[in-house]
Design a protein around this ligand. Sequence first.
Ligand SMILES: CC(=O)SCCNC(=O)CCNC(=O)[C@H](O)C(C)(C)COP(=O)(O)OP(=O)(O)OC[C@H]1O[C@@H](n2cnc3c(N)ncnc32)[C@H](O)[C@@H]1OP(=O)(O)O
Length: 395
Amino acid sequence: MTEFDSVDQMKPELWTSSANSVIKLSLVDDNGAIKFSPLWTYPIFGDSEQIFGYKNLIVNLAFDSVTFKPFLTVKFASKLNSDVENVQQKLLDFLPPKDVIIDDEIVWVDAFHEEQQSYCLPAEKYIIDSYECGGDEFAVYQCKLSDNRIRTLHRRMQIFTLFFIESASYIDETDDMWTLFITFNKRTKQCIGYATTYKYWRYPGAKDFDNNTMYQYTAKISQFLIYPPYQGKSHGSLLYNSIVNQWQRDPAIAEIIVEDPNESFDILRDKNDLSRLYQDGLFDKIPNQVPLSDSWILSVKKKYKLETRQLMRLIEMIMMHNQHPNLRLQIKKRLYEKNFDLLADLDNSTRNDKLQTAFLSIRDEYKNILSSLPLVKRGFDGLSDSSIVKRTKLD
Ligand SMILES: CC(=O)SCCNC(=O)CCNC(=O)[C@H](O)C(C)(C)COP(=O)(O)OP(=O)(O)OC[C@H]1O[C@@H](n2cnc3c(N)ncnc32)[C@H](O)[C@@H]1OP(=O)(O)O
C-alpha cells in the first residue's frame, strides 16, 4: 500500500458512491443500448442508497430487450478492503439464480441471440386488447405465472419494479391469485411494460352473501411499469384502460383498486378515468342538488367499480369542469366527514379556515389535472398521441 492509499483511506467520501448514480441499466436491441438510471436502490443497498468501499465504481446491468436475459459487470479502480459489501452478489440476490451472464459480453450476446431463435409471445387467446402506434402493432396479454415462459420473463424483469416503483417488493409467484397484464410489441416481441394484479375475495356481509350465487372479487393493480425507453407514448394509458375494461366486462369483479399509486400514476389514472366517464355520458348526469345523495354515489360506484376515494375525486373534477355551483359545498362536506374527529373540537372560525385552506388546495390540484387534459382539448378522444389506432376488442 502506498502512502497515498493510506491517506485516502481516511477520507470516506472517496470510497462512497451513490447507488442510484453508479448503477447503469440498459435495454439492448439491434440498434444498440438505451441506458438509464434507477430511481430507487434502497431495497438492494439499504436506506442511504449508498455503496461504501470502492473507488470509481461503475455497475452495468443490461438486459436484452426481448428475452430480458441479464448481463452484469461491476468495475472499480480500487477496493478499500476485502470486508466491504460484495456489490455483484447483492444484485445477483435479486436476479434469477444461474441466469445472469457476468462480465463476458460475447457469451451474453450469443446466449440471448440463441434464446431469441425460439422465443415466442403468449398464444393469441391471451390477448385482451391491441393497438397500432408509430407503425408497430402492440397487444396486451393477460398472463399467469404458472406459464413457464411468463415466469422466466417475470423473474428477469421484476428487479425493475424495485428500481422504479417506491416500496415495491417481489410478489409470491406461487400464489395463483396474481395475474400479469403485459404489453408486447408484436413485431419485435419486446416487452413494453406490465402490471401485476391481484384478486381478493369480497365478503359483502351475511345477507348479500346468502342471496348471491357468484363470488365477487376486488381486483387490485399492484405494480405498474412502462420501461423508460417506451414511456410518454401512451402505452401506460393503453395498458391501464385495457385492464380496467377487462375488469368492467368481468361480472365477478365488483371493485377496482390501486395499491399505493404514486403521483404519476394518479395523473394517468385520473385522466383515463375521466375520459371513460365522459365517453359514457356521466358528465351530463351529475345531479343538481348537493350534497350528492348516498344512493346516487353508490349506484355510480357500482356501475364503474370505482373505489370511493377515486370516485369522489372524479365526481368533484367533473363538477369543476361543469362549473357546478355547489362544488365548494360538496368538497367541504366530504372533507368534514373524513376529518370529523380532528375538526369537531375546533371553534367555528378555525374549522372554517382549515376547510377553506384544504378546499383551495384541492381545487388547484383539480385545475391542474383538468387543464392538462388532452381529452378536453381534443374532444375527449382519450389518447394523447394521434398516431395511435385502437383496434376492436378481441374477446
Ligand atoms: C400502482 C403503481 O405501481 S404506482 C407506480 C407507477 N409506476 C411508476 O412510477 C414506474 C415508472 N413510471 C412508469 O412506468 C410510467 O412513467 C407510468 C406508468 C407512470 C406512465 O406511463 P406512460 O406510458 O409514460 O404514460 P402515458 O404516456 O400513457 O401518459 C399518461 C398521462 O399521464 C401523465 N404522466 C405520466 N407520467 C407522468 C409524470 N411523471 N408526471 C406528470 N404526468 C405524467 C402524462 O401527462 C400523460 O398525459 P397526456 O396524455 O396528457 O400527455
